[in-house]
Design a protein around this ligand. Structure first.
Ligand code: NAD
Length: 486
């Protein structure tokens, strides 16, 4: 068992002001895999105070971006040295299969750290522009003290998505990981400590929702960077609105994969399925609605059912396993609840729908495909966050499919599959989501913006836009004849 008896506050390992602890339960064995202190509001107050001091008076925001990037790079290299250990740790915390997680839960975060470390040298933090009335220095400055709040589904990935750009920008950060996944966050804190991050720049305070709310409302916080559910995102937006805090939100999704009538099904499924069922279906960008033309509907369903029947479910540490357990018993209850709702609504389970017979421990649900789904059903509208797909027929032309895809409160991701990329691009332009895959298995490229339309969020992570979430622009009008040495 991995146990920590201290929190990481302002770069030091210190005792919590409270006595509460968080047990990390391995979702495969249902046994306690780790224990950490449950951070209190007073701990958050201390963390914000150190972050405030480090931002207002410390060296971090005042040093060059490339100096900061050197520390970020060191951390990335250290993660690469522990790739397998990190993949197993995350898997033990939340059930992600290592077959997927080594790449997505560990390698991807290093790519994010490396991308922002590289961007530090290129980004025009000081940009002298010819204005309408003279020269102006547009200085991009760090936004201040950042509250970074993440869910448990891709914990190290989301830590990287927030810490890499905010630290390169020169912010100081109070990071509240989800209570389900504090262990990888603490290991990351250790790596930042070893890399020489100055004191005060980073705190890691695992806790639940109430302490998260306290952090969001804290007057010492300048900017909230949140990833999580749309319900929580709305509350956070309201709280930030009251304090006029900057905020960015990465929220839920219910993405539609559109198969056009010329689709090559055999070639498409190997590219589509990893995105449909990724991370046991616990992925915001999962392609959970499969839209198939009516006259090829049965062909699509048969191929999907065949593929899903062949998926290996079991211990996520087994490299052959494709579907592991859900994060917690309550998550299994939720997913099973939706399977019942789907059946009550009149949809049919074509494969799955229950618990795998031979696994008597662990919060497993069989990968499940619903057919005869109408897009108005709850299983097509609400985020299930489990390995459950809804196959929805459409009549008529491509526009009809686009209309169904857009009939959703969410707008995070989506995909189109066709033999004609021009036709596919027209569909891609018509769907109101922040990220899209045109005959491509890649849902996110870290050098380009990612985020949600509609209730899937506000703001864009990754790419330059992801750095700009942590910058304020200051325009300094310059006297005639003066050019600053930038
Ligand atoms: P959640 O919103 O319940 O919790 C996420 C985090 O926010 C946790 O750390 C939690 O403790 C904290 N939190 C919850 N309510 C809060 C509040 N009012 N104030 C401050 N902190 C609060 O989400 P979850 O169920 O843990 O995660 C799954 C959700 O995350 C899904 O909806 C999924 O789509 C979304 N998600 C989105 C992205 C993205 O990039 N858009 C990525 C991963 C997950």
């Amino acid at each position: 068992m991995k146990a920590y008896d201290r929190l990481f506050i302002g770069g030091e390992w210190v005792a919590s002001s409270g006595t509460g602890t968080i047990d990390v339960i391995n979702p495969t064995t249902e046994e306690v895999a780790g224990r950490v202190p449950d951070a209190t509001e007073a701990d958050v107050d201390r963390a914000v105070a150190t972050a405030r001091e480090a931002f207002d008076r410390g060296p971090w925001p005042r040093m060059g971006a490339t100096e900061r990037a050197a520390i970020v790079s060191k951390v990335s290299d250290a993660i690469k040295d522990e790739m397998q250990e990190f993949a197993e740790l995350v898997s033990t915390e939340m059930g992600s299969p290592v077959s997927w997680g080594t790449m997505a839960q560990v390698l991807a975060p290093t790519m994010i750290f490396d991308y922002y470390a590289g961007l530090a040298a290129e980004y025009p933090f000081d940009d002298v522009r010819q204005g309408l009335m003279g020269q102006v220095l547009v200085a991009s400055e760090p936004v201040g003290v950042v509250a970074a709040i993440t869910p448990w589904n891709v914990p190290l990935f989301l830590a990287a998505a927030k810490l890499a750009p905010s630290l390169v920008a020169g912010c100081t950060v109070v990071f509240k990981p989800a209570p389900e996944t504090p262990l990888d966050a603490f290991r990351l804190a250790e790596l930042f400590e070893s890399a020489g991050l100055p004191k005060g720049v980073l705190s890691v305070v695992p806790a639940g929702r109430e302490v998260g709310e306290h952090l969001v409302r804290h007057p010492g916080v300048d900017k909230v960077s949140f990833t999580g559910s749309t319900v929580a995102g709305k509350k956070i937006a309201a709280a930030c609105g009251e304090g006029l805090k900057r905020f960015s939100l990465e929220l839920g999704g219910k993405s539609a994969a559109i198969l056009l009538d010329d689709v090559d099904i055999a070639a498409t499924l190997p590219m589509l399925m990893p995105s449909a069922m990724m991370n046991n279906g616990e992925a915001c960008i999962a392609q959970t609605r499969i839209l198939a033309p009516r006259d090829r509907y049965q062909e699509v369903v048969d191929a999907l059912v065949d593929t899903v029947k062949g998926m290996k479910v079991g211990d996520p540490l087994d490299p052959a396993v494709e579907v592991g357990p859900l994060v917690a018993e309550r998550q299994r209850d939720r997913v099973e609840g939706y399977i019942k709702i789907g059946q009550d609504e009149g949809a049919k389970v074509a494969v799955g729908g229950g618990r795998p017979a031979r696994l008597d421990k662990g919060w497993f649900v069989e990968p499940t495909v619903f057919v005869d789904v109408d897009n108005s059903m709850r299983i097509a509208q609400e985020e299930i966050f489990g390995p459950v797909l809804a196959v929805i027929p459409y009549d008529g032309d491509d526009d009809q499919a686009v209309e169904i895809a857009n009939d959703s409160a969410y707008g995070l991701c989506g995909s189109v599959w066709t033999g004609d990329p021009d036709r596919g691009l027209k569909v891609a332009r018509g769907v109101r989501t922040g990220t899209y895959m045109l005959n491509s298995p890649i849902p996110i490229d870290f050098a380009t913006p990612f985020g949600g339309y509609k209730e899937s969020g506000i703001g864009r992570e990754f790419g330059r836009e992801g750095l700009e979430l942590f910058l304020e622009q200051k325009s300094i009008s310059l006297p005639a004849g003066y050019t600053p040495g930038v």
